[in-house]
Design a protein around this ligand. Structure first.
Ligand SMILES: O=P(O)(O)O[C@@H]1[C@@H](OP(=O)(O)O)[C@H](OP(=O)(O)O)[C@H](O)[C@H](OP(=O)(O)O)[C@H]1OP(=O)(O)O
Ligand SMILES: Nc1ncnc2c1ncn2[C@@H]1O[C@H](COP(=O)(O)OP(=O)(O)OP(=O)(O)O)[C@@H](O)[C@H]1O
Length: 427
């Protein structure tokens, strides 16, 4: 992931050894804090090893002890493109993005209470207006896609699966000293709006900033497929006004969103095209189970593994090698579709010689920032059949309920229009 996303954004951490008794106690202690939906997963209490990562809610580019206040916005942007693969069988998947379709299933199954107006394609568009809309939507309905930390403590977003920690007014109260340090803003709804707008503008600028070039040989995939999701409320509202959504002004090539999208697009075939290839690998492994290690299904994720990922040809020669390459590329893409971006912001202290970090000016203050990526452990090979079933569940649910409802609304509107037809006769 360092090779794909760049040195500065990825923190590998280090493997540390822990006493087994300590891990056992830790596991018991945190169990009651874990969201119900995560309780099917356990800490590894048997290996005696753990990953030690830096605290990414803090600024990452400077090592001295930090005493100044720090704000951190965590965004889990999810998949930013609409599949372009010819293997896609559901027409809907070429029009509406997976996140927007999945929202309906999530609400129906009780994971979240309300459909979010956030659409990843708006965030990844590079168009400032669309990005602002996406970020405002995330703030309104954070779900597990947005969290805000102040001095390392969660102040906004969902603490567990469903309970929000605070509302926008409280969030604005926390943010005000960062964006309006010399005050000058009366409290009230106007102040909340102004502060939130400031946050949205600063996050947009940080997301569009480029600070890391990544590895020169990393693949460059041309953006394919529609750049607008038909379900995005932003696009729908422009459409109703008879305007076109500005497609995208393009993400700068060095920015993290662009790089993340590139890795996501290693999923060239979509799960529908990938699943038969997964089955080919499975059949081979059933016959030759001892080959699992040589195929690097469970790692090591080293240079050899990385180099194979760079072959983007999609011509299937019927070999296991081709199927395996596509499976591994898919796993990497899935990881990038589920990672989080941590944006740490802190007031810029003028005249501090140690402050070498990039600076973002907001309208009344200046902030230093660092950007990191979180949750980059490779998605398991075994999750592919689950992905396949889930994909079809998401699309079927969306097509049957939401799209059918849309059709009814359209039909009613058409009927109404028919009832009011104005007929002009020659006189
Ligand atoms: O499949 P998705 O898109 O629902 O993503 C899952 C996430 O749900 P989300 O849609 O973000 O609410 C899900 O998020 P939550 O745990 O529900 O917050 C996980 O990140 C899951 O990854 P893993 O299986 O735990 O490694 C994610 O599963 P993967 O698909 O990444 O394996
Ligand atoms: N290094 C870190 N610095 C700051 N916050 C972190 C760090 N690692 C994890 N977090 C916080 O914890 C949350 C969960 O982390 P992560 O997604 O890596 O865990 P996970 O592997 O999905 O957890 P689970 O144990 O539930 O499977 C993140 O969304 C983030 O808010």
């Amino acid at each position: 992931m360092k090779d794909f996303l760049g040195e500065n954004y990825v923190h590998c951490g280090e493997v540390v050894q822990l006493p087994l008794e300590f891990v056992k106690q830790l596991c018991l202690k945190i169990q009651c804090e874990r969201p119900e939906s995560r309780c099917d997963k356990d800490l590894d209490t048997l290996s005696g090893y753990a990953m030690c990562l830096p605290n990414l809610t803090r600024l990452q580019t400077y090592h001295s002890a930090e005493h100044r206040p720090i704000l951190c916005v965590e965004i889990k942007p999810k998949c930013g493109f609409i599949p372009f693969s010819n293997d896609v069988t559901h027409e809907m998947k070429h029009k509406v993005c997976r996140y927007c379709m999945h929202q309906h299933l999530k609400v129906a199954t009780g994971k979240w209470k309300k459909i979010s107006k956030y659409c990843p394609l708006d965030l990844y568009s590079g168009d400032k207006q669309r990005m602002h809309f996406a970020l405002k939507s995330l703030l309104q309905e954070a779900q597990n896609n947005l969290r805000v930390f102040k001095n390392g403590k969660l102040i906004y977003g969902c603490g567990d699966a469903r309970s929000p920690v605070a509302d926008l007014k409280e969030l604005a109260h926390h943010l005000k000293p960062f964006f309006f340090p010399s005050n000058g803003l009366a409290s009230g709804p106007h102040c909340t709006r102004t502060v939130i707008r400031e946050l949205v503008h600063v996050i947009t600028r940080v997301l569009l900033s480029s600070s890391d070039k990544g590895r020169a040989g990393a693949p460059r995939l041309g953006l394919r497929g529609p750049r607008v999701c038909e379900a995005s409320p932003f696009s729908r509202s422009l459409h109703h006004q008879g305007k076109n959504t500005p497609e995208h002004s393009g993400l700068p090539k060095g920015c993290l969103l662009y790089k993340t999208l590139q890795v996501q697009m290693l999923d060239q075939l979509d799960i529908e095209g990938l699943y038969p290839l997964y089955n080919r690998v499975e059949r081979y492994l059933e016959e030759f189970p001892e080959e699992r290690k040589a195929l690097q299904i469970d790692g090591p994720y080293d240079e050899v593994f990385y180099q194979k990922l760079l072959d983007l040809s999609t011509e299937d020669d019927g070999t296991v090698a081709f199927a395996l390459r596509k499976v591994q590329q898919y796993r990497v893409a899935m990881t990038a579709k589920d990672c989080s971006i941590m944006i740490a912001l802190s007031p810029y202290l003028q005249g501090t010689s140690s402050d070498q970090r990039p600076v973002i000016p907001s309208s009344r203050s200046r902030l230093t920032f660092s950007v990191s990526v979180l949750d980059l452990d490779l998605k398991p090979y075994e999750s592919i059949p689950h992905q396949y079933k889930l994909d079809s569940k998401i699309v079927n649910y969306y097509s049957k309920t939401v799209h059918a409802k849309d059709d009814t609304v359209r039909a009613t509107r058409f009927k109404e229009r028919e009832d009011c037809t104005l007929v002009l006769h020659k006189v």
